[in-house]
Write a protein that binds this ligand. Structure first.
Ligand code: GAP
Length: 539
Protein backbone atom coordinates (compact mmCIF):
# COMPACT_ATOMS: atom_id res chain seq x y z
CA UNK A 1 0.00 0.00 0.00
CA UNK A 2 1.33 3.43 -0.95
CA UNK A 3 1.97 5.81 1.95
CA UNK A 4 -0.04 8.99 2.23
CA UNK A 5 3.01 11.28 1.86
CA UNK A 6 3.51 10.01 -1.69
CA UNK A 7 -0.13 10.72 -2.54
CA UNK A 8 0.06 14.20 -0.99
CA UNK A 9 3.24 15.03 -2.88
CA UNK A 10 1.99 13.67 -6.24
CA UNK A 11 -1.28 15.55 -5.71
CA UNK A 12 0.53 18.83 -5.28
CA UNK A 13 3.13 18.26 -8.03
CA UNK A 14 0.60 17.30 -10.68
CA UNK A 15 -2.25 19.60 -9.67
CA UNK A 16 -4.75 17.25 -8.03
CA UNK A 17 -5.00 18.74 -4.54
CA UNK A 18 -3.33 21.73 -2.85
CA UNK A 19 -3.22 22.82 0.79
CA UNK A 20 -5.80 25.56 1.38
CA UNK A 21 -4.29 29.08 1.72
CA UNK A 22 -0.82 27.64 1.34
CA UNK A 23 0.87 31.02 0.78
CA UNK A 24 -0.28 32.00 4.29
CA UNK A 25 1.16 28.87 5.85
CA UNK A 26 -1.86 26.68 5.06
CA UNK A 27 -5.02 25.69 6.88
CA UNK A 28 -4.69 22.12 8.13
CA UNK A 29 -8.36 21.26 7.85
CA UNK A 30 -9.08 22.35 4.27
CA UNK A 31 -7.83 21.42 0.80
CA UNK A 32 -8.27 22.87 -2.69
CA UNK A 33 -8.76 20.75 -5.79
CA UNK A 34 -6.43 21.76 -8.62
CA UNK A 35 -6.97 21.43 -12.40
CA UNK A 36 -6.81 17.61 -12.42
CA UNK A 37 -8.35 17.14 -8.97
CA UNK A 38 -11.49 19.03 -9.93
CA UNK A 39 -11.91 16.79 -13.00
CA UNK A 40 -11.39 13.64 -10.93
CA UNK A 41 -13.82 14.69 -8.19
CA UNK A 42 -16.39 15.87 -10.75
CA UNK A 43 -16.13 12.47 -12.44
CA UNK A 44 -16.75 10.70 -9.11
CA UNK A 45 -19.82 12.85 -8.48
CA UNK A 46 -21.07 12.53 -12.07
CA UNK A 47 -20.85 8.72 -12.00
CA UNK A 48 -22.56 8.58 -8.61
CA UNK A 49 -25.37 10.83 -9.89
CA UNK A 50 -25.71 8.94 -13.17
CA UNK A 51 -25.87 5.51 -11.51
CA UNK A 52 -28.07 6.48 -8.56
CA UNK A 53 -30.39 9.07 -10.10
CA UNK A 54 -30.43 9.16 -13.90
CA UNK A 55 -30.40 5.40 -14.46
CA UNK A 56 -33.18 4.67 -11.94
CA UNK A 57 -36.84 5.54 -12.13
CA UNK A 58 -37.32 5.43 -8.35
CA UNK A 59 -35.03 8.38 -7.64
CA UNK A 60 -35.08 12.16 -8.03
CA UNK A 61 -32.51 14.83 -7.20
CA UNK A 62 -32.37 17.90 -4.95
CA UNK A 63 -29.97 20.73 -4.23
CA UNK A 64 -30.92 22.29 -0.88
CA UNK A 65 -29.33 25.31 0.82
CA UNK A 66 -26.40 24.89 3.18
CA UNK A 67 -27.89 27.25 5.78
CA UNK A 68 -31.19 26.12 7.25
CA UNK A 69 -33.63 27.29 9.92
CA UNK A 70 -32.03 26.80 13.37
CA UNK A 71 -35.01 24.70 14.52
CA UNK A 72 -34.00 22.04 11.97
CA UNK A 73 -31.02 21.20 14.16
CA UNK A 74 -33.12 20.98 17.30
CA UNK A 75 -35.53 18.62 15.58
CA UNK A 76 -32.81 16.46 14.03
CA UNK A 77 -31.16 15.95 17.41
CA UNK A 78 -27.84 17.42 16.23
CA UNK A 79 -27.84 20.25 18.76
CA UNK A 80 -28.29 17.87 21.66
CA UNK A 81 -26.11 15.00 20.61
CA UNK A 82 -23.86 15.63 17.60
CA UNK A 83 -20.55 15.65 19.44
CA UNK A 84 -17.28 13.78 19.80
CA UNK A 85 -15.41 13.11 23.05
CA UNK A 86 -12.73 15.78 23.43
CA UNK A 87 -9.52 15.74 25.43
CA UNK A 88 -6.62 18.19 25.53
CA UNK A 89 -3.01 18.03 26.68
CA UNK A 90 -2.51 20.01 29.87
CA UNK A 91 1.16 20.55 28.93
CA UNK A 92 1.40 21.30 25.18
CA UNK A 93 -2.25 22.24 24.56
CA UNK A 94 -2.86 19.83 21.64
CA UNK A 95 -6.47 18.70 21.13
CA UNK A 96 -7.56 15.13 20.51
CA UNK A 97 -10.65 13.08 19.95
CA UNK A 98 -10.52 10.93 23.06
CA UNK A 99 -11.27 7.80 21.04
CA UNK A 100 -8.32 8.53 18.70
CA UNK A 101 -5.66 9.02 21.40
CA UNK A 102 -4.61 5.37 21.63
CA UNK A 103 -4.02 5.08 17.90
CA UNK A 104 -2.12 8.40 17.78
CA UNK A 105 0.06 7.37 20.74
CA UNK A 106 0.90 4.03 19.09
CA UNK A 107 2.02 5.90 15.95
CA UNK A 108 3.90 8.62 17.85
CA UNK A 109 7.64 9.01 17.39
CA UNK A 110 8.34 8.74 21.13
CA UNK A 111 6.45 5.49 21.56
CA UNK A 112 7.98 3.92 18.50
CA UNK A 113 11.52 4.85 19.53
CA UNK A 114 10.89 3.60 23.09
CA UNK A 115 9.66 0.30 21.70
CA UNK A 116 12.95 -0.22 19.86
CA UNK A 117 15.01 -0.26 23.10
CA UNK A 118 16.42 -3.52 24.45
CA UNK A 119 16.75 -3.14 28.22
CA UNK A 120 16.26 -0.75 31.12
CA UNK A 121 19.78 0.77 30.93
CA UNK A 122 18.93 1.71 27.33
CA UNK A 123 15.72 3.32 28.58
CA UNK A 124 17.72 5.37 31.09
CA UNK A 125 20.01 6.60 28.32
CA UNK A 126 16.97 7.34 26.12
CA UNK A 127 15.39 9.45 28.87
CA UNK A 128 18.46 11.64 29.19
CA UNK A 129 19.38 11.84 25.52
CA UNK A 130 18.69 15.03 23.57
CA UNK A 131 17.53 12.87 20.67
CA UNK A 132 15.43 10.55 22.84
CA UNK A 133 12.87 11.22 25.54
CA UNK A 134 13.95 14.81 26.25
CA UNK A 135 13.23 15.78 22.68
CA UNK A 136 10.40 13.44 21.70
CA UNK A 137 8.32 13.30 24.88
CA UNK A 138 9.56 15.98 27.31
CA UNK A 139 6.39 15.80 29.42
CA UNK A 140 6.18 12.03 29.77
CA UNK A 141 6.24 11.09 33.50
CA UNK A 142 9.23 8.78 32.84
CA UNK A 143 11.15 11.68 31.27
CA UNK A 144 10.06 14.30 33.81
CA UNK A 145 10.60 12.16 36.91
CA UNK A 146 12.80 9.21 35.92
CA UNK A 147 14.15 8.68 39.46
CA UNK A 148 10.67 8.39 40.90
CA UNK A 149 9.58 5.88 38.26
CA UNK A 150 12.73 3.75 38.50
CA UNK A 151 12.48 3.88 42.28
CA UNK A 152 8.92 2.62 42.10
CA UNK A 153 10.02 -0.26 39.90
CA UNK A 154 12.91 -1.14 42.17
CA UNK A 155 10.50 -1.11 45.09
CA UNK A 156 8.55 -3.90 43.47
CA UNK A 157 11.65 -5.85 42.49
CA UNK A 158 11.53 -8.14 39.49
CA UNK A 159 7.82 -8.65 40.02
CA UNK A 160 6.25 -5.56 38.40
CA UNK A 161 2.73 -6.37 39.55
CA UNK A 162 1.73 -3.05 41.09
CA UNK A 163 3.03 -0.86 38.33
CA UNK A 164 2.40 -3.17 35.44
CA UNK A 165 -0.80 -5.03 36.27
CA UNK A 166 -1.46 -8.48 37.62
CA UNK A 167 -0.15 -10.39 34.56
CA UNK A 168 3.38 -9.19 34.99
CA UNK A 169 4.81 -11.69 37.52
CA UNK A 170 6.98 -13.60 35.11
CA UNK A 171 7.89 -10.69 32.84
CA UNK A 172 10.40 -8.43 34.57
CA UNK A 173 12.54 -7.89 31.45
CA UNK A 174 11.76 -4.89 29.28
CA UNK A 175 11.41 -7.08 26.21
CA UNK A 176 8.93 -9.31 28.04
CA UNK A 177 6.48 -6.51 28.90
CA UNK A 178 3.25 -6.13 26.99
CA UNK A 179 2.56 -2.71 25.43
CA UNK A 180 -0.06 -2.03 28.11
CA UNK A 181 2.43 -2.77 30.91
CA UNK A 182 5.16 -0.61 29.36
CA UNK A 183 2.74 2.27 28.84
CA UNK A 184 1.49 1.95 32.38
CA UNK A 185 5.06 2.26 33.67
CA UNK A 186 6.31 5.13 31.49
CA UNK A 187 3.06 7.12 31.80
CA UNK A 188 2.78 6.41 35.52
CA UNK A 189 -0.72 5.09 35.06
CA UNK A 190 -2.23 8.15 33.34
CA UNK A 191 -3.44 8.74 29.82
CA UNK A 192 -0.70 10.68 28.02
CA UNK A 193 -0.38 13.02 25.05
CA UNK A 194 0.79 11.44 21.77
CA UNK A 195 2.69 14.64 20.97
CA UNK A 196 4.67 15.38 24.15
CA UNK A 197 3.80 12.66 26.69
CA UNK A 198 2.01 15.21 28.91
CA UNK A 199 -1.11 14.64 30.99
CA UNK A 200 -4.47 14.66 29.19
CA UNK A 201 -7.65 16.24 30.52
CA UNK A 202 -10.71 14.10 31.29
CA UNK A 203 -12.75 13.54 28.10
CA UNK A 204 -15.89 15.64 27.63
CA UNK A 205 -18.29 15.99 24.67
CA UNK A 206 -17.51 18.76 22.12
CA UNK A 207 -20.18 19.83 19.60
CA UNK A 208 -19.29 19.34 15.95
CA UNK A 209 -21.74 22.04 14.78
CA UNK A 210 -20.17 25.09 13.08
CA UNK A 211 -22.00 28.25 14.13
CA UNK A 212 -22.80 31.00 11.69
CA UNK A 213 -24.58 34.38 12.10
CA UNK A 214 -26.82 35.39 9.18
CA UNK A 215 -27.23 39.15 8.82
CA UNK A 216 -25.04 42.25 8.81
CA UNK A 217 -25.31 43.17 12.51
CA UNK A 218 -23.84 40.71 14.99
CA UNK A 219 -26.38 41.42 17.74
CA UNK A 220 -29.42 40.80 15.54
CA UNK A 221 -27.99 38.16 13.20
CA UNK A 222 -29.88 34.85 13.02
CA UNK A 223 -27.71 32.28 14.74
CA UNK A 224 -27.73 29.02 12.87
CA UNK A 225 -25.27 26.35 11.78
CA UNK A 226 -23.61 25.22 8.58
CA UNK A 227 -25.25 21.86 7.85
CA UNK A 228 -23.28 18.90 9.24
CA UNK A 229 -25.01 16.54 6.77
CA UNK A 230 -26.94 17.15 3.56
CA UNK A 231 -29.66 14.73 4.70
CA UNK A 232 -31.77 17.28 6.61
CA UNK A 233 -32.31 19.37 3.46
CA UNK A 234 -33.96 16.27 1.99
CA UNK A 235 -36.18 15.52 5.01
CA UNK A 236 -37.56 19.05 5.27
CA UNK A 237 -38.37 18.95 1.53
CA UNK A 238 -40.02 15.53 1.66
CA UNK A 239 -43.54 16.90 1.10
CA UNK A 240 -42.45 19.41 -1.59
CA UNK A 241 -40.75 16.68 -3.61
CA UNK A 242 -43.61 14.23 -3.08
CA UNK A 243 -46.21 16.75 -4.32
CA UNK A 244 -44.08 17.95 -7.24
CA UNK A 245 -42.85 14.58 -8.51
CA UNK A 246 -45.88 12.43 -7.61
CA UNK A 247 -43.57 9.56 -6.74
CA UNK A 248 -44.92 6.42 -5.08
CA UNK A 249 -43.11 4.51 -2.33
CA UNK A 250 -40.48 3.21 -2.51
CA UNK A 251 -38.57 6.19 -3.91
CA UNK A 252 -35.48 8.14 -3.07
CA UNK A 253 -34.17 11.70 -3.08
CA UNK A 254 -30.48 12.19 -3.83
CA UNK A 255 -28.28 15.16 -3.15
CA UNK A 256 -24.62 16.10 -3.51
CA UNK A 257 -23.38 19.05 -1.49
CA UNK A 258 -21.05 20.55 1.05
CA UNK A 259 -21.29 19.72 4.75
CA UNK A 260 -19.33 21.18 7.66
CA UNK A 261 -18.20 19.73 10.97
CA UNK A 262 -16.00 21.28 13.61
CA UNK A 263 -13.84 18.16 13.75
CA UNK A 264 -11.51 18.00 16.76
CA UNK A 265 -8.71 16.35 14.82
CA UNK A 266 -8.99 16.81 11.07
CA UNK A 267 -6.25 14.91 9.27
CA UNK A 268 -5.02 12.21 6.96
CA UNK A 269 -5.10 14.56 3.96
CA UNK A 270 -8.68 14.93 2.65
CA UNK A 271 -9.97 12.01 4.71
CA UNK A 272 -11.19 14.11 7.64
CA UNK A 273 -11.73 17.82 7.07
CA UNK A 274 -14.03 20.48 8.51
CA UNK A 275 -15.52 21.25 5.10
CA UNK A 276 -16.34 18.33 2.82
CA UNK A 277 -18.80 17.09 0.27
CA UNK A 278 -21.37 14.35 0.75
CA UNK A 279 -23.30 12.27 -1.78
CA UNK A 280 -26.44 11.22 0.08
CA UNK A 281 -29.60 9.31 -0.71
CA UNK A 282 -32.68 9.22 1.50
CA UNK A 283 -34.70 6.28 0.22
CA UNK A 284 -38.27 6.24 1.55
CA UNK A 285 -39.95 2.84 1.98
CA UNK A 286 -43.05 1.32 3.55
CA UNK A 287 -42.47 0.40 7.21
CA UNK A 288 -41.91 -3.34 7.38
CA UNK A 289 -39.99 -3.38 4.06
CA UNK A 290 -37.14 -1.34 5.53
CA UNK A 291 -34.84 -4.23 6.48
CA UNK A 292 -35.04 -5.76 3.02
CA UNK A 293 -34.40 -2.41 1.32
CA UNK A 294 -31.52 -1.71 3.70
CA UNK A 295 -29.78 -4.93 2.64
CA UNK A 296 -30.44 -4.15 -1.06
CA UNK A 297 -28.74 -0.77 -0.71
CA UNK A 298 -25.81 -2.23 1.20
CA UNK A 299 -25.26 -4.71 -1.63
CA UNK A 300 -25.74 -2.09 -4.35
CA UNK A 301 -23.36 0.43 -2.82
CA UNK A 302 -20.74 -2.21 -1.99
CA UNK A 303 -20.70 -3.27 -5.65
CA UNK A 304 -20.36 0.34 -6.90
CA UNK A 305 -16.74 1.02 -5.93
CA UNK A 306 -15.18 -2.03 -7.66
CA UNK A 307 -17.19 -1.13 -10.79
CA UNK A 308 -14.90 1.90 -11.13
CA UNK A 309 -11.64 0.24 -10.26
CA UNK A 310 -11.38 -0.16 -6.47
CA UNK A 311 -9.70 -3.52 -5.86
CA UNK A 312 -12.05 -5.90 -4.06
CA UNK A 313 -9.44 -6.80 -1.46
CA UNK A 314 -9.28 -3.13 -0.45
CA UNK A 315 -12.92 -2.69 0.60
CA UNK A 316 -14.99 -4.41 3.25
CA UNK A 317 -18.28 -4.05 5.11
CA UNK A 318 -18.37 -3.36 8.84
CA UNK A 319 -21.53 -3.64 10.87
CA UNK A 320 -21.98 -0.99 13.62
CA UNK A 321 -22.07 -2.28 17.17
CA UNK A 322 -25.26 -1.36 19.08
CA UNK A 323 -23.37 1.18 21.21
CA UNK A 324 -21.92 3.07 18.25
CA UNK A 325 -25.20 3.51 16.33
CA UNK A 326 -26.18 7.16 15.72
CA UNK A 327 -29.19 8.38 17.71
CA UNK A 328 -31.47 7.91 14.69
CA UNK A 329 -30.27 4.50 13.45
CA UNK A 330 -31.73 1.02 13.81
CA UNK A 331 -28.88 -0.62 11.92
CA UNK A 332 -25.85 0.78 10.07
CA UNK A 333 -23.23 -0.90 7.89
CA UNK A 334 -20.10 0.99 6.85
CA UNK A 335 -18.19 0.41 3.66
CA UNK A 336 -14.55 0.68 4.69
CA UNK A 337 -11.53 1.19 2.47
CA UNK A 338 -7.95 0.21 3.25
CA UNK A 339 -6.51 3.76 3.25
CA UNK A 340 -2.77 4.21 3.88
CA UNK A 341 -3.53 4.77 7.59
CA UNK A 342 -5.62 1.57 7.82
CA UNK A 343 -9.24 0.48 7.33
CA UNK A 344 -11.49 3.56 7.56
CA UNK A 345 -15.04 4.56 6.66
CA UNK A 346 -15.83 5.46 3.08
CA UNK A 347 -19.62 5.35 3.24
CA UNK A 348 -22.28 4.58 5.85
CA UNK A 349 -25.59 2.92 5.00
CA UNK A 350 -28.12 3.44 7.78
CA UNK A 351 -31.69 2.46 8.49
CA UNK A 352 -32.91 5.80 9.95
CA UNK A 353 -36.44 4.44 10.54
CA UNK A 354 -39.14 7.17 10.66
CA UNK A 355 -37.11 9.20 13.18
CA UNK A 356 -36.38 12.28 11.03
CA UNK A 357 -39.77 12.71 9.36
CA UNK A 358 -41.52 12.33 12.73
CA UNK A 359 -39.20 14.81 14.44
CA UNK A 360 -39.67 17.44 11.72
CA UNK A 361 -43.45 16.91 11.79
CA UNK A 362 -43.45 17.48 15.52
CA UNK A 363 -41.15 20.52 15.52
CA UNK A 364 -42.61 22.25 12.43
CA UNK A 365 -46.27 21.34 13.00
CA UNK A 366 -46.49 20.18 9.36
CA UNK A 367 -47.36 16.53 8.80
CA UNK A 368 -44.76 14.72 6.72
CA UNK A 369 -46.78 11.71 5.65
CA UNK A 370 -47.59 9.55 2.67
CA UNK A 371 -51.04 8.30 1.68
CA UNK A 372 -50.82 4.58 1.03
CA UNK A 373 -53.40 3.67 -1.66
CA UNK A 374 -53.43 0.02 -0.70
CA UNK A 375 -54.16 0.34 3.01
CA UNK A 376 -55.97 3.71 2.50
CA UNK A 377 -53.97 5.05 5.41
CA UNK A 378 -51.54 7.85 6.02
CA UNK A 379 -48.17 6.52 7.04
CA UNK A 380 -44.76 7.91 7.92
CA UNK A 381 -42.24 6.19 5.64
CA UNK A 382 -39.05 4.58 6.89
CA UNK A 383 -35.77 5.82 5.46
CA UNK A 384 -32.71 3.97 4.19
CA UNK A 385 -29.72 6.27 3.86
CA UNK A 386 -26.61 5.45 1.80
CA UNK A 387 -24.30 8.35 2.71
CA UNK A 388 -20.97 8.61 0.91
CA UNK A 389 -18.19 11.20 1.03
CA UNK A 390 -17.21 12.72 -2.32
CA UNK A 391 -13.77 13.66 -0.98
CA UNK A 392 -13.16 10.29 0.65
CA UNK A 393 -14.25 8.44 -2.48
CA UNK A 394 -11.97 10.63 -4.60
CA UNK A 395 -9.09 9.91 -2.22
CA UNK A 396 -9.81 6.17 -2.29
CA UNK A 397 -9.89 6.11 -6.11
CA UNK A 398 -6.61 8.06 -6.17
CA UNK A 399 -4.87 5.77 -3.65
CA UNK A 400 -6.14 2.62 -5.34
CA UNK A 401 -5.01 3.81 -8.77
CA UNK A 402 -1.44 4.50 -7.61
CA UNK A 403 1.14 2.00 -8.90
CA UNK A 404 4.91 2.01 -9.10
CA UNK A 405 6.49 -0.27 -11.72
CA UNK A 406 9.91 -0.84 -13.15
CA UNK A 407 10.16 -0.33 -16.89
CA UNK A 408 13.52 -0.87 -18.61
CA UNK A 409 15.35 -0.26 -15.33
CA UNK A 410 13.44 2.94 -14.50
CA UNK A 411 10.63 3.61 -12.06
CA UNK A 412 7.27 4.30 -13.70
CA UNK A 413 4.60 5.94 -11.53
CA UNK A 414 1.20 5.30 -13.04
CA UNK A 415 -2.34 6.08 -11.90
CA UNK A 416 -4.47 3.27 -13.27
CA UNK A 417 -7.79 5.11 -13.18
CA UNK A 418 -10.88 3.61 -14.77
CA UNK A 419 -11.30 5.59 -18.05
CA UNK A 420 -14.55 7.13 -16.79
CA UNK A 421 -12.74 8.52 -13.75
CA UNK A 422 -9.50 9.65 -15.38
CA UNK A 423 -9.25 13.47 -15.38
CA UNK A 424 -7.75 13.55 -18.89
CA UNK A 425 -9.03 10.86 -21.24
CA UNK A 426 -6.72 11.38 -24.22
CA UNK A 427 -3.38 13.15 -24.79
CA UNK A 428 -2.45 13.96 -28.39
CA UNK A 429 1.33 14.07 -28.83
CA UNK A 430 3.05 15.19 -32.04
CA UNK A 431 6.22 13.19 -32.69
CA UNK A 432 8.01 16.15 -34.31
CA UNK A 433 7.01 19.56 -33.05
CA UNK A 434 8.91 21.35 -35.84
CA UNK A 435 6.90 19.64 -38.58
CA UNK A 436 3.99 22.00 -39.31
CA UNK A 437 1.81 19.32 -40.89
CA UNK A 438 2.20 17.04 -37.86
CA UNK A 439 1.45 19.86 -35.43
CA UNK A 440 -1.55 21.08 -37.43
CA UNK A 441 -3.01 17.54 -37.69
CA UNK A 442 -2.43 16.89 -33.97
CA UNK A 443 -4.08 20.18 -32.96
CA UNK A 444 -7.08 19.54 -35.20
CA UNK A 445 -7.40 16.02 -33.78
CA UNK A 446 -7.30 17.43 -30.24
CA UNK A 447 -10.07 19.90 -31.04
CA UNK A 448 -12.21 17.16 -32.63
CA UNK A 449 -11.77 14.62 -29.82
CA UNK A 450 -12.33 17.25 -27.14
CA UNK A 451 -15.97 17.52 -28.20
CA UNK A 452 -16.52 14.07 -26.65
CA UNK A 453 -13.64 13.40 -24.27
CA UNK A 454 -11.39 15.71 -22.28
CA UNK A 455 -8.31 15.77 -24.55
CA UNK A 456 -5.05 17.68 -24.19
CA UNK A 457 -2.24 18.49 -26.64
CA UNK A 458 1.36 18.40 -25.43
CA UNK A 459 4.61 18.91 -27.34
CA UNK A 460 6.84 20.17 -24.54
CA UNK A 461 9.19 17.18 -24.15
CA UNK A 462 10.45 14.04 -25.82
CA UNK A 463 7.86 11.34 -26.49
CA UNK A 464 9.19 9.09 -23.68
CA UNK A 465 8.83 11.89 -21.13
CA UNK A 466 5.41 12.85 -22.45
CA UNK A 467 4.21 9.28 -21.97
CA UNK A 468 5.52 9.16 -18.40
CA UNK A 469 3.89 12.50 -17.62
CA UNK A 470 0.52 11.21 -18.81
CA UNK A 471 1.02 7.92 -16.92
CA UNK A 472 1.55 9.86 -13.71
CA UNK A 473 -1.80 11.66 -14.05
CA UNK A 474 -3.64 8.55 -15.18
CA UNK A 475 -4.46 9.42 -18.82
CA UNK A 476 -5.65 6.10 -20.25
CA UNK A 477 -4.76 6.79 -23.90
CA UNK A 478 -2.09 8.74 -25.76
CA UNK A 479 -2.33 9.32 -29.51
CA UNK A 480 0.79 10.12 -31.48
CA UNK A 481 0.85 11.83 -34.85
CA UNK A 482 4.02 11.13 -36.87
CA UNK A 483 5.55 11.61 -40.32
CA UNK A 484 3.72 8.57 -41.71
CA UNK A 485 0.41 10.11 -40.64
CA UNK A 486 0.92 13.26 -42.71
CA UNK A 487 3.40 11.94 -45.34
CA UNK A 488 6.54 13.59 -46.75
CA UNK A 489 8.50 13.72 -49.99
CA UNK A 490 9.44 10.02 -49.61
CA UNK A 491 6.02 8.53 -48.89
CA UNK A 492 2.39 9.64 -49.08
CA UNK A 493 0.34 10.11 -45.89
CA UNK A 494 -1.11 6.88 -44.46
CA UNK A 495 -3.59 8.94 -42.40
CA UNK A 496 -3.14 6.66 -39.40
CA UNK A 497 -2.22 7.48 -35.81
CA UNK A 498 -0.78 5.39 -32.98
CA UNK A 499 -2.85 4.82 -29.84
CA UNK A 500 -0.95 3.81 -26.71
CA UNK A 501 -2.63 2.11 -23.78
CA UNK A 502 -1.50 3.36 -20.35
CA UNK A 503 -1.75 0.07 -18.45
CA UNK A 504 -0.07 -2.31 -20.89
CA UNK A 505 2.00 0.30 -22.80
CA UNK A 506 0.95 -1.57 -25.95
CA UNK A 507 0.25 0.36 -29.12
CA UNK A 508 -2.07 0.00 -32.11
CA UNK A 509 -2.17 1.93 -35.37
CA UNK A 510 -5.61 3.13 -36.41
CA UNK A 511 -6.85 5.12 -39.41
CA UNK A 512 -8.16 8.61 -38.71
CA UNK A 513 -11.73 7.96 -39.93
CA UNK A 514 -11.93 4.89 -37.61
CA UNK A 515 -10.52 6.76 -34.62
CA UNK A 516 -13.73 7.88 -32.94
CA UNK A 517 -15.47 4.46 -32.91
CA UNK A 518 -12.21 2.88 -31.73
CA UNK A 519 -11.88 5.41 -28.89
CA UNK A 520 -15.46 4.66 -27.91
CA UNK A 521 -14.58 0.96 -27.54
CA UNK A 522 -11.43 1.81 -25.60
CA UNK A 523 -13.29 4.04 -23.16
CA UNK A 524 -15.56 1.06 -22.50
CA UNK A 525 -12.49 -0.99 -21.49
CA UNK A 526 -12.09 -3.01 -24.69
CA UNK A 527 -8.34 -2.67 -25.31
CA UNK A 528 -7.91 -6.40 -25.89
CA UNK A 529 -10.54 -6.45 -28.67
CA UNK A 530 -9.08 -3.37 -30.37
CA UNK A 531 -5.55 -4.76 -30.09
CA UNK A 532 -6.61 -8.03 -31.70
CA UNK A 533 -8.30 -6.18 -34.55
CA UNK A 534 -5.44 -3.79 -35.27
CA UNK A 535 -2.31 -5.70 -34.20
CA UNK A 536 -0.06 -4.68 -31.33
CA UNK A 537 3.31 -2.94 -31.41
CA UNK A 538 5.38 -2.35 -28.26
CA UNK A 539 6.38 1.12 -26.96
N1 GAP B 1 -26.19 11.62 6.99
C1 GAP B 1 -25.41 10.61 7.58
C2 GAP B 1 -24.02 11.00 7.78
O1 GAP B 1 -23.67 12.16 7.61
P1 GAP B 1 -21.67 10.09 8.41
O2 GAP B 1 -21.19 8.68 8.53
O3 GAP B 1 -21.42 11.01 9.55
O4 GAP B 1 -23.22 9.98 8.11
C3 GAP B 1 -21.26 10.13 5.85
O5 GAP B 1 -21.07 10.74 7.10
C4 GAP B 1 -20.01 10.20 5.02
O6 GAP B 1 -19.54 11.55 4.90
C5 GAP B 1 -18.83 9.43 5.61
O7 GAP B 1 -18.87 8.06 5.30
C6 GAP B 1 -17.65 10.12 4.96
O8 GAP B 1 -17.43 9.60 3.67
C7 GAP B 1 -18.13 11.56 4.84
N2 GAP B 1 -17.59 12.37 5.95
C8 GAP B 1 -18.09 12.49 7.19
N3 GAP B 1 -17.34 13.31 7.94
C9 GAP B 1 -16.32 13.73 7.14
C10 GAP B 1 -15.19 14.61 7.32
N4 GAP B 1 -14.99 15.26 8.46
N5 GAP B 1 -14.34 14.80 6.28
C11 GAP B 1 -14.55 14.17 5.09
N6 GAP B 1 -15.60 13.34 4.86
C12 GAP B 1 -16.47 13.13 5.86
Amino acid sequence: MVDMDKIVSLSKRRGFIFQSSEIYGGLGSAWDYGPLGVELKNNVKRLWWRDNVLLRDDMVGLDAAITMHPRVWEASGHLASFSDPFTGCLDCGRHYRADHVEEARKNSKWWQSLKELNDWPDVKKWVQSDKGGKKLAPNLPLVKNPDQIFQKMRGFGPNLTSVAGPDAHALPELQGLTDAMLLNIVADGSSVCPNCGGKLSDPKPASLMLKVGLGPVDETATQTYLRPETAQGIFVNFDNVLQASRKKLPFGIAQIGKAFRNEITPGNFTFRTREFEQMEIEFFVLPGTDEEWHQKWIDERFAWYPRYGIRKENIRLREHEKDELAHYAKRTADIEYLFPMGWSELEGIANRTDFDLKQHSEFSGKALEYFDEESKQKIVPYVIEPSAGADRSTLAFLVDAYHEEEVRGEKRVVLKFHPELAPIKIAVLPLLKKNDRIVETAKKLTADLRKRWYTVYDDTASIGRLYRRQDEVGTPFCITVDVQTVGDEKAPADEKVTIRDRNTMEQVRVSLPALEPVMEKLMAGKWVDVAQEHGIKKE
